[in-house]
Design a binder for this molecule. Structure first.
Ligand code: ADP
Ligand code: ZN
Ligand code: ZN
Length: 730
């Protein structure tokens, strides 16, 4: 069987055949192949005897990376499933899941590790082989005697001058060097002490451990600060006690704080741990990937992209903050890392633990119907820590230009006097969301999007937060010539300015994407807050999650009302989760916390439920609404999106797509195309078409045929289009 069937990174659904010269390439291996005038990387999916292409037309592969470990069958299987489920070309699905180093035409290997070991005669001779006065050598001998070999890191823990000793022993033929692929199990520091679990935590742990050998999805619903992370760590401890077993811990983009990493490293100093996320450099990512694949990494902590990492002996998957929207990939293959994690756990037959203080309605529904198994933590874990008191401040009486209600200001002043910290949460960075002409009501628009430009006063510029377009602030209104243009509304920078004026003696720190651009800014911020060098934090959702600040006792929430009446039916769910999260920052240690929410709608059900900390009631009421409206999780959706610089080709594409759908027999709802809220984005005119089905298989069957037809449409070449299965954003 001389023919290799390979996947290429191309937007087509076909595989390609190449001749394999003399090499012994395996399935899952990377090869370099000629394609047109280019040379590109391919993944071997099968070895076949015959091709549809005539033998003399088949080209030979150029190079095989045979020294690399091939992608395991399980990984290929998983990505095949994803390509099929998310209607994405298989080759692109495969190659986009790989670290970018694996898409380059050069070998991608782990650096070999140099190790030192006793020669056979030295081992046979025993300690007598070393002169009694050679203390250092005797020490090294004893260490080497107890193991197969040691590396530099481990030898350094035995004696700082180890290099000299080893050098002499090598010259005497007592010690030899070798190169190994696998890391040695390091046992340097002692683990941080874990607090004894409380009854709720222990019970959750016991229940999972009793069934740790098989697939099951556990939903750990625990209020903020109830000790979910502690449960994850105990679970890992138990599962990883089995030699060689590995655990995957998925965290949301924003939650990947240095704090979390430090916590895991401190608890598991003896386990090799890798972090996998988009901020790391390419060789770090490659090494993390390969160490997971070869079994060296016992703990793999990563964001959504890490869900595809090959793992040799997967024993457990944890998905922290499972409701978080960052688990959904928003371009390319639009996968849900949470859903794939569950699929992976199922095929590996291991438990999946999803944790959240505000589970997604999908997961909550699954727990209620018995597909998932619910576990609950109802109290804060730290003794004496209670949930904060949440109150609404009615801002209807507040003069429009005042951003902060006197009640909130008074509460902050009180915190300052007590040496406690406050956090002001506003979900908008920049100075003000719009620049407004007071004479004719003109607002500065983005030329490339149907959005407004955000004022960044400090650099006297306006920026579009959707496309990045930026320009100088105009001196006068381009419409009526009025020179009196004013920033209207609040952003983080303006709040910071306001607070500085209000509390000149306070130490204020703004936390948003602009101020935290530097790689180390977040850990510096965390450190400063812990050291009580900060009195007031002002920031966006970057502050909402993950952080554990013991001296923070007040959270103020500003300007969230627009989300209450959003046309997106998921907006309420998201807002509730976000406010729960940010409220959870207050009063985490012994001191009691308070949350003040400025709103013009204090009687809204969302705030009512929030004040009672009643996720369950709110989730149930939302689920009822969804059921009545026949929205997910009571139906299954897919969205066809398309965009082009002008609307006409988009309209034509949807006309053809709709016509194609009518030729298929199906029992699902294919809606008319509509313009999304952002009709124009990054210079592109957009539209989308929703499909709803009462069952997943029906949707999948339809999509399979339909997307094949779409790919063949002449109109498809004139637009940029994509399919989003289980979409979250509309
Ligand atoms: P969550 O992940 O639910 O937000 P964490 O696991 O981060 O909660 O725990 C919140 C705080 O409570 C942390 O400071 C943690 O060290 C502490 N904690 C967790 N479990 C216990 C326990 N059983 N006893 C005492 N403190 C605990
Ligand atoms: Zn004007
Ligand atoms: Zn824009």
């Amino acid at each position: 069987m001389r023919i290799l069937r390979v996947a290429l990174d191309l937007p087509v659904d076909t595989l390609f055949d190449y001749l394999d010269g003399a090499s012994h390439v395996k399935v899952g291996q990377r090869v370099l192949v000629p394609f047109g005038k280019r040379q590109i990387i391919a993944i071997v999916l099968a070895r076949v005897a015959v091709s549809e292409i005539a033998d003399n037309k088949l080209k030979a592969i150029l190079q095989a990376f045979e020294d690399e470990p091939p992608l395991p069958a399980a990984t290929l299987q998983l990505l095949k499933f994803c390509a099929d489920y998310y209607q994405y070309p298989l080759g692109q699905a495969l190659l986009s899941a790989l670290p970018s180093r694996l898409r380059e035409a050069r070998p991608a290997l782990l650096p070999k590790l140099t190790v030192f070991k006793l020669s056979e005669q030295a081992r046979a001779a025993g300690l007598e082989a070393i002169a009694p006065r050679a203390k250092l050598q005797r020490l090294l001998y004893q260490a080497l005697q107890n193991t197969e070999h040691l590396d530099a890191t481990l030898l350094a823990t035995i004696a700082s001058g180890w290099r000299n000793g080893i050098k002499q022993m090598i010259s005497q033929g007592l010690v030899m060097t070798a190169e190994v692929e696998h890391l040695l199990q390091v046992n340097l520091a002692s683990a941080s002490v874990s607090p004894p679990l409380n009854a709720d935590q222990q019970q959750s742990l016991d229940v999972i451990l009793a069934e740790r050998e098989a697939f099951k999805v556990w939903l750990l619903y625990g209020i903020t600060g109830s000790g979910k992370t502690e449960v994850y760590m105990h679970l890992l401890q138990a599962v990883l006690a089995k030699p060689g077993s590995q655990a995957l811990v998925l965290v949301p983009e924003i939650n990947l704080t240095p704090q979390l990493e430090a916590r895991f490293r401190a608890r598991f100093p003896q386990m090799h741990m890798v972090m996998l996320h988009s901020q790391m450099n390419e060789s770090e990512r490659l090494h993390g990937w390969l160490r997971s694949q070869n079994g060296d990494a016992r703990i793999i902590i990563g964001t959504r992209l890490s869900v595809f990492t090959p793992i040799k002996h997967l024993a457990l998957i944890v998905v922290d903050e499972e409701h978080d929207a960052s688990y959904k990939q928003q371009d390319g293959m639009r996968y849900s890392a949470r859903d794939i994690a569950i699929l992976r756990a199922k095929s590996a037959n291991v438990p999946a633990l999803l944790g959240s203080a505000t589970p997604s309605l999908e997961s909550w529904h699954n727990a209620q119907t018995g597909r998932y198994h619910l576990l609950q933590l109802s109290n804060r874990a730290v003794l004496g820590a209670a949930l904060p008191e949440i109150k609404c401040i009615d801002v209807r009486q507040l003069p429009l230009q005042e951003a902060l209600h006197p009640q909130l200001i008074a509460a902050m002043r009180q915190r300052l006097e007590h040496g406690e910290q406050s956090l002001l949460f506003i979900n908008r960075r920049g100075y003000a969301p719009v620049l407004l002409c007071n004479a004719c009501a003109w607002v500065a628009p983005c030329t490339r999007c149907s959005s407004r430009l955000v004022v960044h006063l400090r650099d006297k510029r306006m920026r579009c937060h959707h496309c990045g377009h930026e320009q100088r602030m105009p001196m006068q209104c381009p419409k009526c010539g009025n020179p009196d243009l004013r920033p209207a509304g609040q952003g983080t920078q303006r709040l910071e300015e306001l607070l500085t004026a209000q509390f000149p003696q306070a130490r204020i720190l703004r936390v948003d994407r602009d101020s935290m651009r530097n790689k180390h800014a977040i850990s510096a911020m965390t450190k400063a807050v812990h050291a009580q060098e900060i009195d007031i934090l002002v920031g966006t959702q970057m502050l909402a999650k993950g952080h554990d600040f013991p001296h923070l006792t007040l959270v103020g929430v500003i300007d969230t009302d627009s989300a209450l009446f959003s046309p997106d039916y998921r907006a309420a769910e998201k807002l509730f989760a976000q406010l729960m999260q940010v409220s959870g920052r207050a009063g985490r240690a012994g001191k009691s916390g308070e949350v003040l929410i400025q709103t013009a709608f204090p009687d809204h059900v969302l705030f009512q439920a929030l004040q009672r900390h009643d996720y369950v009631a709110f989730a149930d009421s939302l689920l009822q609404e969804r059921q009545m409206a026949n929205f997910p999780p009571y139906c299954f959706e897919a969205l066809l999106r398309a965009e082009a610089p002008h609307y006409e080709p988009v309209r034509e594409f949807f006309r053809a797509a709709t016509a194609a759908s009518e030729t298929l027999t199906h029992n699902l709802a294919v809606y008319d195309p509509v313009r999304p809220r952002m009709e124009r984005l990054k210079g592109m005119e957009r539209a989308q078409l929703l499909i709803q089905a009462s069952a997943r298989p029906a949707l999948q069957k339809f999509l399979r045929s339909w997307v094949t037809m779409l790919r063949a449409l002449p109109q498809a070449g004139k637009v940029r289009w994509s399919v989003d299965v289980d979409p979250l954003d509309f």
